[in-house]
Design a protein around this ligand. Structure first.
Ligand code: 5AD
Ligand code: SF4
Length: 468
């Protein structure tokens, strides 16, 4: 049974479908859309929801920004994410001059910042629709308002506790899918804007999650990624509390599902219960993304991360004791306010000790409204650049060594699609997400094979079936 809100949105979709049809008849061809996603996996999943609604109301997918309806689903985690959007809006304005029926919508995290919305209202009047992260489920309604009023519609909510199930979704990949298990974040790391733009933590009911995954599996999905800003605190505030480890065990039971991934874990509460669940659930990939951010206990404290260097290293030790071959990846920020050379060397020390399979490295970006933004001791740019280069070199050297270490080994690979470079080959992925090309045909897609990794080519491997 759909809830009331979903029913209402389906009514709006019916209405907008009529407007789309009218325009189609006027111009004598179908209307096209183009959704561009910035940012993380959460945003990618949100975009699939937008595309689901757009296709439901009769738009067809276009190739690029020359489409009749362009939607930018934005990110604001770092300043350059915002700059990219402003940069591209200039081009869109020109396209719109040539195509009077063109619509432009902006949504996502950046739209939850009041100064951004003010700027768009004042200086980007050609943008038709602006909405945020909390009311994305109202996309059809907002679009309907725009069709009916013919003027700019801005609809931003500060927060919500609503979770609307059962709206249309169009997956980007046939064989894999993200699945939201929770929304928002309560951590307030001092550098991070996410809690301000994604609101407070709310978990979905396990039964809704399981039902969604069962539906996906019936539709050909063999790999899912459970998505949340901090999955370790999943379920704590539900009427019937359940832990993330318990949820993993439930999802692991779903027949036909082959692989389970999840993002993101916070090191402050990585429980032994979760480590054990990862170890015991055969479908859970032996891979953990565990953002370090900094290796300095002093900086971690100012970042409000609620763990120190020792606790983090102890977690890695506990993980490797239970799952010796686990792949570890991380996020690291360089140049947080007040970071000294000694602090930075602590980060380098953790990197050398943990030896990550890969690491995303970021230069600290000051985000208005966060606590770190008002800290006075910002690190000079040239110092940051120097540290960033040293860190990147270390991270890349270790990644390459780790990748080579797997050469010659036999590892499970999920065949995902036909190789578009080489005839008679399929492309698949290891637990740690690395790409492997090996001989095969389309009947193998969606199955896991033991593949010998003959040759490591940096970012990918060439392999062959081990038992062929
Ligand atoms: N500056 C730089 N990097 C940031 N991240 C989050 N906020 C900032 C910021 N203000 C990074 C963190 C996080 C990843 C998604 O983005 O490393 O884990
Ligand atoms: Fe994702 Fe955060 Fe960017 Fe939003 S701001 S898209 S939650 S990374």
């Amino acid at each position: 049974m759909r809830d009331l809100e979903a029913n209402l949105q389906y009514e709006y979709m019916d209405k907008v479908r009529g407007y789309v049809k009218q325009q189609e008849e006027q111009i004598g061809r179908p209307l096209t859309f183009y959704v561009k996603t910035f940012g993380c996996q959460m945003n990618a999943r949100d975009s699939e929801k937008l595309v689901g609604i757009l296709e439901n109301i009769g738009y067809v997918e276009g190739e690029d920004e020359h489409a009749d309806f362009v939607v930018y689903n934005t990110c604001t985690v770092r300043e350059n994410a915002n700059n990219k959007v402003y940069g591209r809006l200039g081009y869109l304005q020109n396209y719109k001059k040539k195509n009077p029926i063109m619509k432009i919508a902006l949504c996502g995290c950046m739209m939850q910042e009041p100064e951004v919305v003010e700027n768009i209202r004042k200086h980007y009047k050609f943008v038709d629709i602006v909405f945020g992260t909390h009311n994305i489920f109202k996309f059809a309604e907002i679009l309907c308002n725009n069709f009916e009023s013919g003027s700019q519609v801005i609809d931003i909510w500060k927060d919500t506790d609503q979770i609307v199930e059962d709206l249309p979704i169009k997956r980007k990949f046939s064989f894999k899918s993200g699945v939201n298990i929770m929304f928002g974040c309560n951590n307030f790391c001092s550098y991070c804007i996410v809690p301000y733009v994604r609101g407070r933590e709310r978990s979905r009911e396990p039964k809704d999650i399981i039902r969604e995954i069962e539906g996906l599996v019936a539709d050909g999905v063999c790999e899912i990624m459970l998505l949340g800003q901090n999955v370790n605190s999943y379920g704590k505030n539900l009427d019937e509390p359940i832990s993330f480890a318990q949820l993993l065990r439930e999802v692991n039971k779903i027949e036909g599902l082959k692989r389970i991934r999840f993002m993101t874990s916070h090191p402050k509460d990585l429980s032994d219960e979760l480590i054990l669940a990862m170890k015991e659930c055969d479908k859970v990939c032996k891979h953990l993304h565990l953002p370090l951010q900094s290796g300095s206990s002093r900086i971690l404290k100012i970042m409000n991360r609620s763990y120190d260097k020792e606790k983090y290293l102890d977690e890695v030790k506990r993980l490797r004791e239970q799952i010796p071959d686990i792949a570890l990846t991380t996020d690291i920020i360089v140049g947080f306010p007040g970071e000294t050379e000694e602090d930075f060397l602590e980060t380098m020390d953790v990197v050398k000790k943990v030896r990550y399979d890969s690491a995303f490295t970021f230069i600290y970006s000051k985000r208005t409204g966060t606590r770190a933004a008002s800290m006075s001791d910002q690190v000079p740019e040239d110092v940051i650049k120097d540290r960033f280069d040293r860190l990147l070199k270390e991270v890349q050297t270790i990644s390459a060594e780790k990748a080579e270490q797997y050469e010659g080994k036999v590892m499970p690979v999920l065949a995902e699609e036909m190789d578009d470079q080489k005839d008679g080959y399929v492309t698949g992925r290891l637990d740690n997400n690395s790409i492997v090309h090996f001989p095969g045909d389309s009947s193998m897609i969606g199955n896991i094979y033991n593949v010998r990794l003959d040759e490591c080519k940096g970012f990918y491997y060439m392999g062959e079936l081990a038992d062929a």
